[in-house]
Design a protein around this ligand. Sequence first.
Ligand SMILES: [Mn+2]
Length: 495
Amino acid sequence: MNSNEHANDQVDVPDVSAENPISEKWVFVGAHRPPVPRALVDYMTSQWEQITIDTGVHQAAAHCARRRARLSEALEGRTLVVPTGSFKVRSNDTDFRFRPGSDFFWLTSSHEPDGVLIVQPNGQATLYIELGGDPSTHRFFTDSQYGELWTGRRPTLDETQQHLSLSTRPRSELADVLKSLSGQVAVLRGYDRLVDQTIGKNDDDEALANTLAHLRLTKDDYEIARLQEAVDATVLGFEDVVRSLPSAIGRGERVIEGIFNLRARVEGNDVGYSTIAASGSHATVLHWTKNDGAVIPGELLLLDAGVECHDLYTADVTRTLPISGAFTDAQRTLYNLVLKAQEAGIAAVKPGAKFMDAHEAAMAVLAQGLVELGILSNDEDGALPLAQLHRRYTLHGTSHMLGIDVHDCAAARNERYLGELEPGYVLTVEPGLYFQANDLTVPQHFRGIGIRIEDDVLVTKDGNVVLSAALPRDPEAIESWMANIWAASNLDLHL
Ligand SMILES: [Mn+2]
């Protein structure tokens, strides 16, 4: 619906404007829009019953309180300002659906846009929230971004305070509060224009971003359960995709993306990142998100996709599947090499190991495999360790942290991110082998094949747990898993 939908058909031009917004009979409600009769404003803004909604206390509220306390302790003496951000424009006056800032969400569990959390040096926290459009003004029914009749009801101060167990004030007070802050103030920058403009940059800003990332590296039991929930929904999404492959063979990669994303919306908040539905040689394009190609029997489908749960933790899983249900000999040879590399990588994930150990273990297997395939030679200009020629075919790192962001804790200091793994860390292990369709160094029958296998791995006290182990990885297990799904049902979408 367009914002001008409520245009009246009066022919008189009333004397109201941005400079003179209200006359006796007319109210100015914005550029390019006809003024609204004063009587309509009065009628629209009266006689609405006040409704209070009791949503109970959020199940993560105590965890968030503990996280705020730990953050405050780590940055002793500073006032901390952490905003969530606002709407992002998709085109003109149409915004993307709002998704909270990850650090803010980790500290509050609040899904509403425009919130700003301020934690005082003594640990006392206050959340400033944007309230629903004032029902006593025309914005209530004319503001397509904040008006309650356009975008729905917003939680009140009291409701938010109760639901999040957090002291809450209206955002209208924020400008004055920010100006009155004294002493060392650390701001999470890049989210909120008012915050960024009011408080000058200083070194504490980076310390805040780093510290948030360092604290988020270790997942508590609540977070691990949410990640498992995201992974479990992702497993369902992969099953859906296999079930819909007959339809995809007619209509292409768009079906794969649509089917997976349907599951993500039904089970969780959304996908955690743009689904990669890469068929045939598209699998050699690392971030193939156009997803507009054909799906052809005999080729491979590389599906890299993750459901983001309601608490915004995301899975990040990749499987490379034979579209016809059975690997060819060439595909199986390469698949088994990547699988062996991934298993070596997963085995290297344990407390005390370095972040890069999984990568080095996986790359050693792939480099040796490339030598055995005759693609690289093992002389002094060979695969490992100096020349690293294998990287022409492996292209990317093997792991990243996983959490509320798919590439989690990116603001961590290098030495910390690359340091020793600890129990509670969650990371991916995702080696790949990519033979471009026009790569003259690769035997003809391997060209255009891309394979990646990606799982989500939790570091435990004595090793690791693969959270995504429910999805088969062995080629034979994949073939029987696909056959079983097809035997049980056939999702004929009639597309
Ligand atoms: Mn990944």
